[in-house]
Design a protein around this ligand. Structure first.
Ligand SMILES: N[C@@H](CCC(=O)N[C@@H](CS)C(=O)NCC(=O)O)C(=O)O
Length: 232
């Protein structure tokens, strides 16, 4: 059985890490049996990040590379018959969500004080002293450095709202009135879209981007549709 190493559930979602939620949603969409191994320990993660899997001794890290491996090993019924245009649109959507919108959300969760209070409680509230004093500080410091190195953390708060809002507007326009991101059928990219959108729309973290996402009724309905189908 596939072992899925990921953070424990938080923020009223199966996972407050969009990458972890993406991979678990994909496993459910593909109908692959798996078992969760919840951890906060990144030292054993092959690339120092979660999620990763152990499939009978084959350890693979990175949600996208894991999904590629799962498709090659167990088949790819979800994406069967996709046109090259659909495949390209799916890839572009993933890149926007994972490489850009993600950092906007990270900024409001970790760098802005109001978000940080809730993030600290949700992710580290279970730790006792002395870890409760050390781990959140170190984690926040690391993430602030990542934000700065990535570049997004150098913008002002208002600029980051506008940048993230533009991503959300584009995703909402792409979805339109379709039930799924690439049309009538759920595809593997929906695991990613659901994970990133639910981490805004469905969490009790009142950040400006959540308000913006919730103004798009089709995005809210999409999250509810995906949750009902794969997470009921
Ligand atoms: N490209 C990776 C990204 C995974 C990722 O960024 N995971 C974050 C949680 S959302 C993490 O483990 N961060 C810990 C750190 O960077 O120290 C994937 O698709 O799995």
């Amino acid at each position: 059985m596939i072992k899925l190493f990921q953070f424990p559930p938080a923020l009223d979602l199966p996972n407050a890490s969009p990458f972890c939620l993406k991979l678990e949603t994909y496993l459910r969409m593909a109908g692959l049996p798996y078992e969760n191994v919840y951890t906060l320990d990144l030292r054993k993660a092959p690339k120092g990040k979660l999620p990763y899997i152990d499939d009978g001794g084959r350890v693979i890290a990175d949600s996208g590379l894991v999904i590629d491996y799962l498709k090659q090993t167990y088949g790819d019924a979800l994406d069967l018959g996709m046109t090259p245009q659909q495949a390209a649109a799916g890839l572009l959507l993933r890149r926007v969500l994972e490489e850009h919108l993600y950092w906007c959300v990270v900024y409001f969760r970790w760098a802005v004080d109001a978000g940080w209070q809730l993030t600290r409680e949700a992710f580290f509230g279970g730790l006792g002293p002395p870890l409760a004093w050390i781990v959140p500080r170190v984690a926040r410091h690391t993430i602030m450095r990542q934000l700065n190195m990535q570049g997004l953390g150098r913008h002002s708060e208002d600029e980051i709202v506008d940048l993230g809002a533009a991503d959300l507007d584009a995703v909402a326009a792409m979805l339109g009135q379709s039930p799924y991101m690439l049309g009538d059928q759920p595809r593997s990219v929906d695991a990613c879209a659901y994970a990133f959108l639910a981490n805004l729309v469905m969490v009790p973290l009142e950040i400006p981007l959540k308000r913006h996402a919730r103004r798009h009724e089709n995005l809210v309905a999409y999250c509810e549709r995906m949750r009902a189908r794969y997470w009921a």
